[in-house]
Design a protein around this ligand. Structure first.
Ligand code: THU
Length: 133
């Protein structure tokens, strides 16, 4: 299986464990690191709605937990007519560990529907280098 197929499968599998009883909108995300590993996450909602977490946040937490600090590619999967692009907060979360050219793939249940770079989704962004002395 190609790396891109593995990334899709990891996100698809993660989505199957999404906990989204309130929105019923299941999302999965998977990150490929430069080391060649894949980390995934799903959205986890909460009865106190604002406490819900996005799939991308879960995948980033799993990556960080493993000691990895760079996103080479990320894929997000969600069903529905519109593209399941990352929310504004998650674009910033991805920004922390990605380059302007890092691909963000948006998939539906059948496969990737569109790909953007981080710079396209979050132009003129603020990042760690702005804090460097
Ligand atoms: N959601 C994600 O997990 N990632 C996205 O990229 C878009 C939205 C989740 C948040 C919430 O649990 C549900 O989808 C509906 O907004």
């Amino acid at each position: 299986m190609s790396r891109s197929a593995e990334l899709f499968e990891a996100a698809r599998n993660a989505r199957e464990n999404a906990y989204a009883p309130y929105s019923r909108f299941l999302v999965g995300a998977a990150i490929l690191t430069p080391e060649g590993e894949i980390y995934s996450g799903c959205n986890v909602e909460n009865a106190a709605y604002p406490q819900g977490a996005c799939a991308e946040a879960g995948a980033i937490a799993a990556m960080a937990r493993a000691g990895r600090r760079a996103i080479q590619e990320i894929l997000v999967i969600g069903d529905g007519e519109g593209l399941c692009t990352p929310c504004g907060g998650c674009r910033q979360r991805i920004r922390e560990f990605a380059a302007p050219t890092t691909p963000i793939h948006i998939a539906g249940l059948q496969g990737v529907r569109a790909s953007f770079t981080l710079e396209e989704l979050l132009p003129h962004s603020f990042g760690p280098e702005h804090l460097a002395k």
